[in-house]
Design a protein around this ligand. Structure first.
Ligand code: BGC
Length: 769
């Protein structure tokens, strides 16, 4: 029995507007942007924010549901794997004597959709939905559970304002033939399988409807479809509830129907309030560990909450076989493929607030190591070269061709040339291990990744007549320039990767000799090879110009045409569209942070003032043709003390998904830009860094911010940092775990213990030397 009072409460968004993102009105042309922005997800299921009530005989765009890891190819041999949408389990029709109730813009006096970031739920309210003979108010709620990721819930409440008519509510599934073959579709469960990848999913569903608190028996119409009919009267309250349980199977022999039915049974036993309570509790604990509070800038606060909401929605610590695609589970762009975005732009958030999720994401790279080894071998190198675009197995999933801006077919070289991905994965493994001290992960998975990627670079960098090793024929993060030699980002990251492989070999040898013995013998790494790596690490061409301190983005870059990007201010398309591909390739225009990204990741490679010099040189040459770029620039600007510029970058990155000026949000949120903005604030403005004995903080807040607070996980400890700019004070509290060290600015380390919050006077610590 649905308690009307509880339902009423559930359908009301969180009271504090700082947790809400809402849109008023109904503009069919803008629907697809909202569907991305208002998507709900739990890292296993992602549901786009499509409308809750039908606009007629069928949906214009179904509320598409994505299931992590549900990839398939359109034919067995050639096509690349794509994330396949599952059926929309929320279809609803309200049938009146004159036909289906349709939400024409003119019929609705107000329509509000609210994304409740705190509760991880999408709500909508539509008042005075008028049709001939009836007027009603419609409220809805939906979420996919963060507590049990197989579950989704839909609640609908109708309040009849006037009208006595016979009405039928019809609940069904839509899009059941969208790319999956159906195996079985009964009244309460459907099973579908992919054509080529051996995956299947089961969706079990149950629903109920009450009129003024009394259960109404429904009619089973078969094939996951039911209906309820009754006569309305003014003041009547109708509550409809539907739950769904979705289970994926990765092996053909296992039919997931029984597992989905069991999950659904357990959920219905708990009741929808129980399911909701568990979901909300799971969100509350995520927010406890990951919320970032900015006092003094409401728009930054909202953008950060939006970013953290999607970051918390995107991961699933319980599934090591999937990672996060470039649009997470919120849209179809990039087909669900996984890029360096995950390791470089998302991992920092997970490492510092949700290490279990970070570990699962890195285990995905461990499980796809064979694919990376096969790619390296196929291309004539040793070790592991990760796929630039990765899906299920780690085999390269990047397309070979695409249609360019001028409608010509152009080759896509990233799948063979954008090789920095291997160093990026190794970098994330190292950061994770440094921050968590998870030695078991290192021994069982991380070490092998670092060794095999280090081995790749050692075979990749070739000794030439000048006595140095060169890495030719690559694409760096700046994808405007292809087939280039000695990309600074790639070469320095490669050298770093080889050095870490040597460190790992030495560490395992010393601390866990048996582990080293078995790994070295399985991977066939002998003393001669380690010696070779040492030589490579010292001879890769990866140094800045000794006179200027500038890294050259790649060989010959300094000689290319300089284009003044200020002359093109106000353009709405990237510079390669303005100039054409060929001229862009011959120019210094950079698509996204490249040397600047290197500065963000490995600041110690930039001695003295050379970090600032490189930023000054490269920043005006970048057109931010990728959504990944502004936040990375902002992070570097913040660390260099250019806080107001960094804040402008934050706003630019936030606008990608939050304003309606960016064309490409229909295909899903830009999760890397969202992760990048978290990095900008925590690693940039707060200056959080890792140390062997604890963490460092070096605040550089924008002038208008009164304070910034956030949580950090470090080696099994939980701590909170608050930077109070008004009082010029930093407060650090260790909430759990053994004592650790904290370094503020350039001051000597201080010990941080539980029950003994540290108060640090910033005017003393950060005073210029
Ligand atoms: C960017 C890449 C990124 C990819 C997916 C491209 O436009 O240049 O760096 O990995 O999008 O987000």
């Amino acid at each position: 029995m649905i308690e009307t009072g509880t339902m009423e409460q559930m359908l009301r968004p969180t009271a504090d507007p700082a947790w809400l993102l809402a849109t008023e009105g109904y503009d069919p042309l803008r629907e697809s942007s909202f569907e991305s922005r208002f998507a709900i997800s739990n890292g296993f299921l992602g549901v786009r924010g499509g409308r809750a009530a039908t606009r007629g005989a069928r949906w214009v765009v179904p509320a598409r549901t994505y299931v992590a890891g549900l990839f398939d190819k359109s034919d067995a041999q050639h096509a690349i794997p794509e994330l396949i949408p599952a059926a929309d389990w929320m279809k609803l029709r309200i049938l009146l004597p004159g036909g289906a109730l349709i939400q024409h813009p003119g019929d609705v006096s107000s329509h509000r959709i609210t994304l409740d970031l705190q509760r991880g739920a999408l709500l909508s309210e539509c008042s005075r939905l008028k049709a001939p003979d009836i007027s009603l108010r419609l409220r809805t709620l939906r979420f996919v559970s963060l507590s049990d990721r197989a579950l989704g819930l839909q609640l609908i409440q109708l309040e009849i304002e006037e009208g006595e008519v016979e009405v039928t509510l019809e609940a069904s599934f839509e899009g059941m033939n969208l790319g999956l073959a159906s195996v079985q579709i009964d009244q309460h469960v459907g099973v579908w399988r992919t054509e080529h990848s051996g995956k299947s999913i089961a969706m079990a569903s149950g629903s109920s409807l009450q009129v003024d608190g009394h259960d109404l028996f429904g009619t089973a119409l078969g094939q996951l479809k039911s209906s309820w009919s009754w006569k309305t009267r003014a003041g009547q309250v109708v509550c409809f509830e539907r739950s769904v349980a979705i289970v994926r199977s990765d092996v053909e022999a296992f039919n997931p129907a029984a597992a989905a039915i069991e999950k659904l049974g357990a959920a219905r036993q708990l009741g929808w309030h129980g399911v909701t309570a568990a979901h909300e509790a799971a969100w509350a604990s995520r927010w406890l560990l990951s919320d970032v509070l900015v006092d003094g800038d409401a728009s930054v606060q909202q953008a950060l909450r939006f970013a953290i909401y999607h970051l918390n929605s995107a991961a699933n610590p319980g599934d090591e076989r999937v990672s996060i695609g470039a649009r997470a589970l919120t849209g179809a762009d990039y087909h669900g493929h996984v890029f360096w975005d995950t390791e470089i732009f998302l991992l920092p958030f997970y490492i510092f607030t949700w290490p279990e999720a970070a570990r699962a994401l890195l285990m995905y790279r461990f499980h796809t190591l064979d694919g990376a080894r096969a790619k390296a071998t196929r291309m004539g190198w040793r070790g592991a070269l990760y796929a630039w675009e990765s899906a299920l197995t780690g085999a390269e999933a990047a397309p070979a061709q695409a249609i360019g801006p001028d409608r010509q077919v152009i080759p896509i070289l990233c799948g063979s040339q954008e090789q920095h991905i291997s160093a990026d994965v190794a970098y994330a493994v190292w950061q994770y291990w440094q921050a968590t001290g998870d030695d078991r992960f290192l021994r069982e998975a991380g070490a092998e990744i670092i060794l095999e990627t280090g081995r790749f670079w050692s075979s990749r960098a070739k000794l030439e007549a000048d006595g140095r090793r060169h890495i030719r024929g690559v694409i760096g993060p700046d994808e405007y320039h292809e087939d280039i030699d000695d990309n600074a980002y790639t070469n320095v990251m490669a050298r770093w990767n080889v050095r870490r492989a040597l460190d790992i070999a030495a560490l395992l040898h010393e601390r866990w000799p048996e582990c080293w013995q078995s790994l070295a013998s399985r991977l066939d790494i002998g003393e001669a090879e380690l010696k070779q790596w040492r030589i490579v690490a010292e001879s890769i061409a990866a140094n800045p110009d000794p006179k200027t301190g500038l890294f050259q983005e790649f060989s010959g870059y300094f000689e290319l045409e300089r284009i003044n990007l200020a002359d093109y201010a106000g353009r709405s398309v990237p510079m390669d569209v303005v100039l054409g591909r060929e001229r862009t390739q011959k120019s210094q225009v950079i698509k996204q942070a490249d040397v600047v990204a290197l500065l963000a990741l490995l600041p110690n490679e930039f001695a003295g003032e050379t970090g600032a010099e490189n930023f000054r040189y490269y920043e005006p040459r970048c057109d931010h043709g990728s959504s990944l770029s502004p936040a990375m620039h902002g992070l570097v600007a913040a660390r260099l003390g250019q806080s107001e510029k960094a804040l402008r970058y934050f706003r630019k990155a936030a606008a990608i998904d939050l304003s309606d000026t960016h064309v490409a949000i229909d295909g899903g949120v830009h999760i890397a830009a969202l992760g990048g903005n978290w990095m900008l604030v925590v690693l940039g403005f707060a200056g959080l860094s890792l140390r062997d004995d604890g963490i460092g903080v070096d605040p550089q807040l924008p002038a208008a911010w009164r304070s910034l607070s956030f949580g950090v996980q470090w080696r099994g400890r939980s701590l909170k940092i608050r930077i109070d700019q008004e009082k010029n004070r930093l407060e650090a509290t260790l909430e759990s775990g053994a004592p650790m060290m904290l370094v503020v600015g350039g001051a000597p380390p201080r010990e941080l213990r539980q029950g003994n919050a540290l108060q640090v006077d910033l005017s003393a610590e950060l005073a210029p030397a």
